[in-house]
Every structure is written in C-alpha cells, then in structure tokens.
Design a protein around this ligand. Structure first.
Ligand code: ZN
Length: 250
C-alpha cells in the first residue's frame, strides 16, 4: 500500500466522522458546533470515544456510559467515505495537483449527498450550492472549453426540471435538479450524461428488485439523488474503464 492510499483512508475516516455529525444535526437544524454527546444518555463524549471505527470496535458498538447500542450508521458512513477515497487513489493513481484536490472535494461532497438522500431524502443546499460555485469557477480556470461543462449542467438540469414538473415532484425532488447541475460541472460531456443516465438506470433496477422482493411499494419515494451521486463517484473512480464507452458519444 502506498502512502497516498493510507492518507486517503485517514482523510476519509475523518471526513466520515464529520459527516456523521452533519447527518444528525443538519436535519434537526441544530448547530454543528459544540461537543458530541451520547444521543441517549446525553453524556459528553471524550476524544477516545470519537475515534472513527476504532472506538466503535473497542466499545463493542455500545455507549461507554449508558451501554445503549451505537447506531451502525456511524462506522458504515466512516468506512464508506474512506473506501471511496482509497479506491480513487488505488485505481486512478493520480499525480498530486489541483485536479486531485478538486476531485477529492467532489468525491467527499458526492458521498455526503449519497447518505443525506439515502437517510432523509434531502440534498442539503449547504453542501450543493458551495460545490456548484467552486466547480463553476474551476471549470472556467481549467477547461479548454468550459462551456461544454456548463451546457451539460444546463441540459441535464433542464431535463430533470421538466421531469420534476411533469411528475409534480412525486418521483424526484428539486434537489435532484440541483445535483444534475453539479454533476454536469464536475464531469462535463459525455461523462456527465453517462453518469446521470447510469444513475437513473441504477435507481430503476434497484427499485424493480425491491418491488419484486416486496421490500418496497410503488408509491414509496426512492433516493434518486443517492443513485446519481453513486454513479458519479463510480464514473470518477473508473474513468479509464468507462473511457471507451465515452468515446462512442464524442
Ligand atoms: Zn449513552
């Protein structure tokens, strides 16, 4: 294992741990500052109770003070975030530079959006809007043709806005329209389109499987944003593997 992968695992665990705080406090509109405490006994947690994954294992998944089980979501979010970053560095083996910093930023935002939509069916503006602004500026600086990024963003978002209006927001939320803008700005053409089409297909296939297994009903909402974010994450990590397919659209 090289040092980039080890660092990405540590960085992923740290962001995952911060993301857990956001995931509990943003939907409850609580301040994200302040010390962490147990959600059951409200005992303040010490630094050694808050080490990602490790504390969960040492404490055998229970609060040190009241022994209530700690939600499995904590280690799942931390391990997933670390896995996304480690996979990126292992598969792409990028050379450090601005592009890598921007890609890591995109992966962290997309992983966060994945979990927000999965758990709450929301894609928070506090995550999407700053990412849209940062990527729009980055596209202007780096891209030979920034307008291919802007056009991809505009056309994808336009398509989703039509679907949103036609379905009266039942099958997708307006957050998905904003997410489509972000995906277009991150990936441009044709990868942006491929990720969005891939995400919609993924959502459809998983929905059909859940319906067949009677784990979901037709009127249930699906976290479309999670599937779009996942497809975008996979497009970034497996860029070179998808490239032959992408060339077909150029
Ligand atoms: Zn407790």
């Amino acid at each position: 294992m090289n040092s980039a992968i080890i660092l990405s695992v540590i960085g992923g665990l740290i962001w995952g741990s911060f993301l857990n705080v956001l995931l509990w406090r943003l939907p409850e509109e609580k301040s994200i500052g302040g010390r962490s405490h147990c959600r059951d006994c409200h005992h303040l947690l010490a630094w050694y109770d808050l080490i990602p994954v490790l504390s969960f294992i040492v404490l055998k998944g229970r609060c040190r003070y009241c022994h209530t089980p700690i939600h499995i979501r904590y280690p799942v979010v931390e391990i997933s975030t670390a896995t996304v970053l480690a996979l990126f560095f292992a598969v792409r083996q990028p050379l450090l530079g601005l592009e890598v910093v921007m890609t890591v930023f995109a992966l962290l935002i997309l992983t966060s959006l994945f979990f927000f939509d999965l758990f709450y069916l929301v894609l928070p503006d506090v995550l999407i809007f700053p990412a849209i602004i940062v990527y729009a500026i980055y596209d202007l600086i780096k891209a030979v043709n920034p307008f291919s990024y802007f056009l991809t963003a505009l056309l994808s978002a336009g398509l989703f806005a039509i679907l949103y209006t036609v379905s009266r927001g039942k099958k997708m939320g307006f957050g998905d329209v904003k997410l489509a803008i972000l995906i277009g700005l991150i990936l441009g053409y044709p990868f942006g389109f491929l990720a969005i089409v891939g995400g919609v297909w993924l959502a459809a296939i998983v929905s059909i499987i859940l319906l067949a297994l009677k784990k979901a009903a037709l009127q249930d909402a699906i976290p479309l944003g999670s599937f779009l974010a996942l497809a975008t994450i996979l497009s970034i990590i497996f860029y070179h593997e998808i490239l032959p397919l992408a060339k077909f659209f150029q």
